[in-house]
Design a protein around this ligand. Structure first.
Ligand code: FEO
Length: 392
């Protein structure tokens, strides 16, 4: 794809990665992604904002063939999907300076071996005039690394946000044209990399208030020409209060744990609780992450393998712990063959969730009447807790 004009002197550059299906060797990308860079040309100077994943550097380099000179390369973030091809770009433009936050400078040196004397740091709020186009650098740490910053192009009221507000979508649309599709992709993206930092993200959003923003141009996914769409979504995702939702990831080896899951899902539904149920043998963990954004409770369905949880369940519990959603309650249900320490082992995997553990229901072999009664009590307890806290 060639460079695309956004405004006079402002261009989208970068690469659409239609075929990528996994990020960080972890995160499923059902719709691919993009690595957006942006060229801003003032009357005196030219800046390139971010670069692309090194696997797609040739595409950016071919777009830059028609750009004779670059003065600055703004590196908002040192992660390689944006910074990895900076060494090639600055090799082509030997006079260009790389601009980064102070933390970003060290990380660019560490990750990419960029010579220190090629990097200039900018303070929070510092501005740089390109001639009729003023770049304002705003430090926004922890979206989602400590060095991250964004750039506000004052005259055009464009926020170049890098990962912040991004979505993993490969599309020919320069601007968002299918909001429901982008909403889900942005929520998946938020869940997988931003959610652990939601409190600091809230502060970063407050910091951006007061600036008129006509466009949000992220480094993944299409540009938001209706910025309130993604700003409102983020505002709801970073709230402390969860919703009346249970997420229930499980595995069943011989059907007993599934019987318990079936029963509990029905018991919760009867009590007006929304349940998202995931058979971990086949589920897309991105979907699981999306539902964790709003959930109040997680119930983990775990059969026992050699006294501990089934390894696939252990992985899901560990992942939930890493993503640190705003969950407030947790419980464990499952069946075992001859002995089990599944409750202690799973509880040990989720120390960062800071949840109240509700009475687990673990049974030997197939569940019986007493076990179903215990599942009813668990459903009642969850519904009551949600109601008491005003989760709706
Ligand atoms: Fe898109 Fe954190 O890199």
């Amino acid at each position: 794809m060639k460079a695309r004009k956004i405004r006079d002197g402002v261009y989208w550059m970068g690469a659409i990665d239609w075929e990528r299906r996994l990020f960080d060797s972890l995160i499923p990308l059902p719709d691919g992604t993009s690595y957006n860079a942006y060229l801003v040309q003032g009357s005196e100077k030219t800046a390139l904002l971010d670069a692309v994943d090194p696997a797609m550097a040739n595409i950016l380099m071919s777009q830059l063939e028609s750009v004779p000179h670059i003065d600055y390369l703004v590196a908002h973030h040192a992660e390689q999907d944006h910074s990895g091809s900076i060494p090639r770009v600055i090799e082509k433009y030997p006079d260009a300076q790389v601009i980064a936050s102070p933390k970003g400078k060290g990380m660019l040196v560490d990750h990419l071996l960029i010579p220190e004397d090629r990097i200039v740091t900018v303070d929070d709020g510092e501005t740089l005039s390109l001639g009729g186009k003023t770049l304002e650098f705003i430090h926004t740490p922890w979206v989602h690394w400590p060095e991250t910053m964004v750039t506000y192009l004052q005259e055009e009221r464009i926020l170049f946000s890098c990962d912040f507000f991004g979505s993993h979508v490969a599309t020919t649309d320069l601007y968002v044209r299918d909001e429901p599709r982008v909403y889900e992709a942005a929520k998946r993206y938020y869940a997988e990399i931003m959610m652990p930092f939601r409190k600091v993200i809230r502060k970063n959003m407050e910091k951006l208030e007061g600036r008129e923003i006509d466009l949000i141009a992220p480094s993944h996914g299409p540009i938001y020409d209706r910025p309130t769409f993604i700003q409102d979504a983020y505002r709801s995702w970073v709230l402390d209060k969860p919703r009346n939702v249970v997420v229930l990831p499980y595995i069943s080896m011989h059907g007993s744990t599934r019987e318990m899951v079936d029963y509990l899902v029905g018991a919760l539904a009867e009590r007006g609780v929304t349940v998202y149920r995931f058979d971990l043998a086949v589920t897309d963990i991105g979907k699981l992450a999306i539902t964790l954004v709003d959930a109040a409770t997680i119930v983990i369905g775990a059969p026992t393998v050699n006294v501990g949880p089934h390894p696939v369940v252990a992985y899901a519990a560990y992942l939930a712990n890493v993503l640190r959603p705003k969950l407030q309650f947790a419980s464990i249900i499952g069946s075992y063959g001859w002995n089990s320490k599944v409750v202690e082992r799973i509880a040990g995997l989720i120390p960062d969730l800071k949840v109240e553990l509700l009475d687990p229901v673990v049974c030997k072999g197939r569940p019986g009447e007493a076990d179903f009664a215990a599942l009813d009590r668990l459903a009642e307890s969850i519904a009551a807790k949600h109601k008491e806290h005003g989760f709706d």
